[in-house]
Design a protein. Structure first.
Length: 352
């Protein structure tokens, strides 16, 4: 066993069953403590290793069990919506694959496959956020000395090239989706394709936010994690143009709306959608499958709008403002790569 000093604290490093173990002694590095360590503590540890009693039961947490502890440690330091995002992301994307595994059994190869699989179906920034959730949990376990190292640190952070880049929808695909969507939800997809609004902003829309006379849509709220809140950023609070191509969809949707309805999109209970997951699973995925359209998540409606407008030659400042970006450089950096062909644009009839 090797005695190591870090930040004036004593640690023991040793090998057990082919694995390196690092154990804090929670003792200051001084001559007296080193003598105690050598004459009393190390012999006792060696005895307990032989007896199989050194590794205590609490070191056998599953990831699910320790995740609850980690969330409780950080809850008071996070905004409420951030905490909810961490918990939901964990149970949606991490727990089903890794949750039942014991902390000390999670290997780099398993995490590499998990991250790679996630990258096939989720956007780059989403993958990075989910990775951060898992990284925090494993770092807490490491600091509590429940694991000897954080295996996720051995897996490279994904880059934009690691995540499959989905292309914007084509002209035919857009109208195939809209023509085959149920009337109750068709306008939701039309808004996504013809305004670039975020899905949380769309389900947060109220009829009072639509000015048909002035042809303006007021973006004033978003619904995230089941809660109504302000849009994502200060620049996301905005007024956007109601384009001619979108107007008929909204007029039709309004004609079918129940008298006295507040939100554009409400459940059969008369309540606004609290999440877009149900829209995706009940409508979006089915439409794409039935129309034999390559799957992309609903966020790609936003990508499609931005790339169409940029290719059409619209003023980049107008596109940036419509999307709710802080400045036009962000718009170009994110969306300039989605450049459709010229004949793709001419049939769209986008007029403002």
């Amino acid at each position: 066993m090797k005695i190591i000093s870090r930040s004036n604290k004593l640690y023991l490093h040793f090998s057990h069953n082919g694995q390196m173990v690092r154990k804090s002694m929670k003792m200051e590095d001084n001559a007296k403590n080193r003598i105690i360590l050598k004459k009393q503590i190390i012999p006792e540890i060696q005895k307990r290793l032989v007896m199989g009693e050194f590794f205590e039961k609490e070191n056998k947490y599953t990831l699910d069990e320790f995740a609850k502890i980690s969330f409780s440690l950080h809850k008071s330091k996070r905004r409420e919506l951030t905490h909810i995002s961490y918990v939901e992301s964990y149970y949606l994307h991490i727990s089903p694959v890794l949750g039942k595994m014991h902390l000390d059994n999670i290997k780099r190869s398993q995490l590499l496959k998990w991250q790679s699989d996630l990258s096939q179906t989720r956007a780059y920034r989403t993958v990075k956020f989910i990775r951060t959730v898992l990284m925090t949990i494993l770092e807490d376990a490491y600091k509590d000395e429940l694991i000897q190292k954080n295996p996720l640190r051995l897996v490279a952070v994904p880059t934009g090239d690691d995540v499959i880049k989905k292309q914007p929808f084509s002209f035919d695909e857009i109208y195939s989706i809209l023509d085959n969507a149920p009337e109750s939800i068709r306008a939701f997809f039309a808004i996504g394709f013809f305004t670039g609004m975020r899905t949380g902003e769309i389900i947060g829309l109220k009829w009072s936010d639509i000015d048909f006379d002035k042809k303006i849509i007021f973006v004033r709220r978003s619904i995230r994690q089941g809660r109504e809140t302000l849009p994502k950023t200060k620049s996301s609070i905005r007024d956007i143009d109601l384009l001619n191509v979108l107007e008929p969809y909204l007029i039709k949707h309004k004609s079918n709306a129940l008298d006295g309805s507040t939100y554009l999109f409400e459940t059969y209970m008369g309540e606004p959608y609290r999440k877009t997951d149900n829209i995706s699973s009940h409508f979006w995925k089915n439409i794409l499958k039935e129309q034999n359209i390559e799957y992309r998540n609903m966020y790609q409606m936003r990508h499609t709008f931005a790339s169409l407008m940029i290719s059409k030659g619209e003023n980049i400042l107008w596109v940036s403002k419509t999307l709710g970006h802080k400045d036009s450089s962000m718009t170009l950096n994110v969306y300039a790569q989605y450049m459709p062909q010229k004949d793709f644009i001419h049939g769209l009839g986008f007029v403002r």
